[in-house]
Design a protein around this ligand. Structure first.
Ligand code: SF4
Length: 475
């Protein structure tokens, strides 16, 4: 296997899902474009399943949406409805077997696409194995598929409604059967899922940006604990589980969602600019130039520059064609490491007091290198402003972060972190400032990666990403 060099160290996007019931349309093409818009949520694999006269056909491969599908493959996916998935692995490795949609046809013939992470995956997996159930993947998503497919209920809707209370953790899920397309979300609503209208028909997607590209209109979010069925009768909705506490991932507002998506009624770009404005109000600094770490730092840098009146410029140029992992650069080139992705402009930053704005820091290796590059390019001072609070705790709800020990802010003061990174001054957005920016309060969202206060019981029991592989339970 070709060795690869891990490029990104920040929190990893999770997965993106899509589903549509539209007999009059080319549903595979709709799914393709929707997944194309959701590509930022997962670049390891992509897949589409369609249902035609009761038959489910699925195509899933490792790679980007544009690499996995071509005209021939899309034409081989006829149907009246479709679901799709882009994946970054949060449970299970990035092997082909873990690509989705998953297709199982025991009692019910279904395809399933899931975004999230089950914290009781090992328990459910053991129980199913004891009942003789076989698995072909090491992703927790296949557990949900097996529970539905084997269920004794007469309808898939009933099967789903019955199993939802058994699932613990984060799950924004789309299931397709000859009966229709079903979308459901965990009771806390950790991961996003939106409902859209396409002419007379309906669709669901992780983010509203997927609706814009196919000409659909955002209706509302699928509510936490809700099960929505899309079919010939339009949409049918039921509340499958009541939650004790809602806990939408606040990091979707900060970083994960595409800037043009709407989350809880707010455009992510607007919220992020507001985070930058509040960051300036909380931690002003004398500087000559505001620059962002592109692209994720751009909106907050806009807000910071606007509020401060400090000019904004492009101090770092990003190579937009660098994939997430790439071939090892080798000893000679390794020292240039990050320049494959970012290159500073000495003419822009030279002799200036630079204020660098980014959305978050996890391990800090990239940030440290960027600060070093800016100093090498002649920056007089480098001040760092982060539009999120310090990340000190891992996520167990579908986001791949580092372990606590690897997080630069874990067990360190902000001054210590600034010293570690080589910044003249570092300031983070406060939790209060973050909630002000998204027009919310601490009662509803999940902010456990900042506070360590996990909204779901038994979260700390959750096993890691490779839990099912470690148990060697796949047959
Ligand atoms: S722990 Fe952080 S990344 Fe995970 S769901 Fe909560 S807010 Fe989101």
């Amino acid at each position: 296997m070709t060795p690869t060099f891990q490029l990104r160290e920040g929190p990893r996007d999770e997965c993106g899902v899509f589903g549509v019931y539209a007999p009059e349309s080319e549903v595979a093409r709709l799914a393709y474009f929707a997944l194309y818009a959701l590509q930022h949520r997962g670049q390891e694999s992509a897949g589409i399943a369609t249902c035609d006269s009761g038959e489910i056909v699925a195509v899933r491969e490792l790679g980007l949406v544009s690499q996995v599908f071509d005209e021939t493959k899309l034409r081989a996916l006829p149907g009246t409805m479709a679901i799709g998935h882009v994946r970054y692995s949060t449970t299970g490795s990035s092997a082909w077997q873990n690509a989705q949609p998953i297709h199982r046809s025991e009692r019910h013939n279904i395809a399933l696409a899931h975004n999230g992470n089950l914290i009781n995956a090992v328990e459910l997996h053991s129980e199913l194995r004891e009942r003789g159930v076989g698995f072909s993947s090491t992703s927790d998503s296949e557990i949900i598929a097996a529970l539905i497919s084997r269920h004794e209920a007469d309808s898939v809707a009933e099967a789903i409604a019955d199993i939802i209370p058994r699932l613990q953790g984060a799950f924004s899920t789309v299931v397709m059967s000859p009966e229709g397309v079903f979308a459901f979300r965990d009771g806390a609503g950790l991961r996003p899922l939106a409902l859209g209208q396409l002419g007379e028909r309906y669709c669901v997607a992780s983010e509203s940006c997927a609706f814009d590209i196919i000409g659909a209109r955002l209706l509302r979010e699928v509510q936490p604990g809700e099960l929505v069925c899309l079919g010939e009768r339009g949409i049918e909705v039921r509340q499958a589980v009541e939650s004790e506490r809602r806990a939408f991932c606040v990091f979707e507002h900060i970083y994960f969602a595409r800037p043009d998506s709407k989350l809880e009624g707010r455009r992510a770009q607007v919220s992020r600019e507001r985070m930058g404005e509040i960051l300036w109000r909380e931690s002003p600094v004398e500087g000559d130039l505001v620059i962002s770490i592109p692209d994720s730092g751009n909106p907050a840098a806009n807000g910071f520059a606007k509020a401060s009146g400090i000019p904004q410029g492009d101090g770092l140029i990003k190579n937009r064609y660098v994939a997430r992992t790439f071939i090892q650069p080798g000893q000679e080139l390794r020292k240039h490491g990050l320049r494959m992705k970012f290159n500073p402009l000495p003419e822009v930053v030279g002799g200036k007091r630079i204020v660098v704005v980014d959305d978050s820091i996890v391990r800090g290796n990239t940030t440290r290198q960027i600060i070093g590059m800016l100093r090498d390019a002649g920056a007089a001072e480098v001040h760092l402003r982060i539009s999120a609070p310090p990340i000190r705790h891992p996520c167990h709800y579908g986001i791949d972060m580092s372990t606590r020990q690897e997080m630069i802010a874990h067990g360190r003061t902000v001054t210590d972190v600034a010293r570690e990174l080589g910044a003249d001054w570092l300031a983070y957005l406060s939790l209060e400032g973050l909630y002000e920016a998204i027009g919310s309060s601490r009662d509803t969202p999940c902010d456990a990666c900042f506070t360590g206060e996990y909204p779901l019981q038994r979260t700390e029991d959750a096993r890691g990403k490779y839990a099912l592989e470690e148990l060697a339970v796949v047959r």
